[in-house]
Design a protein around this ligand. Sequence first.
Ligand code: NAG
Ligand code: NAG
Ligand code: NAG
Ligand code: NAG
Length: 225
Amino acid sequence: MRLPSRCNRLLLAVVLLSAVVESAPAYPAVIAAVAATSVRSPQPVPISQSPQFVSDADFTAAILNSTNHFRHQHNASAVTYNATLDQFATAYLDANRDCTFAHSGGPYGENIALGCSDVQGCVDAWGNERAKYDFDHPDFVEDTGHFTQLVWRNTTAVGCGRKLCGEKGWFLVCEYFPRGNVLGAFGDAVGRQVDGFMSAGSESVLRPSMMWLVLWLAVALVLFW
Ligand SMILES: *[C@@H]1O[C@H](CO)[C@@H](O)[C@H](O)[C@H]1NC(C)=O
Ligand SMILES: *[C@@H]1O[C@H](CO)[C@@H](O)[C@H](O)[C@H]1NC(C)=O
Ligand SMILES: *[C@@H]1O[C@H](CO)[C@@H](O)[C@H](O)[C@H]1NC(C)=O
Ligand SMILES: *[C@@H]1O[C@H](CO)[C@@H](O)[C@H](O)[C@H]1NC(C)=O
């Protein structure tokens, strides 16, 4: 077998290195924007046909599963699904005819997201903000406002609405009661992560280790092949 020329080896290394860049953790691509509790993806995305958006039953199940998944990991009790909150979010989206990406200004805690591929993706984006939360200085920070509302101890109920906004994709609005992000209460209300380190981190733990493997392969190729 003919060994690749030095030039081909370099080319291979470059290809492997670009694979590393592309496998960087996915969640920073969803950026938190505006006051407190909104997430939107930076570019137009293919419109999702996910059952989590299309089917009422799958929608509710995905909201509860993903929300309580993060709440459990932060030692907060599970929330129940509340029709009043669902109706409030749905009415807000109905009234918001041009899909303006903004908060309702209602009486509940509220997280909003636009353009996620499915419900779990939206809630994961909110929950994954915990990586940026300073548990040693618990307080409100815009970048982590979705996360702190999501796992807020005092919150007992959630209800959400969603609406397809043309090319912008699905607009998800979740209401929480009692509302979280109460100034002065963050220390008591936002628990540290106590469970689920392996599964929760699968995105951010597995990917970097893959990254290192590919990096070492690239280095080995250049040095020894
Ligand atoms: C529940 O949510 C977690 C985190 O979002 C996810 O890993 C898990 O697969 C979900 N389970 C179901 C049954 O959808
Ligand atoms: C979880 O919260 C309860 C109080 O609701 C507390 O007694 C318990 O010690 C907490 N668990 C951990 C692991 O922090
Ligand atoms: C639903 O949430 C509302 C808050 O607006 C509350 O008054 C009501 O008791 C809740 N219903 C249930 C069944 O939890
Ligand atoms: C918890 O909820 C009650 C209303 O049920 C509210 O009066 C209180 O301020 C809340 N506390 C925190 C820390 O959110």
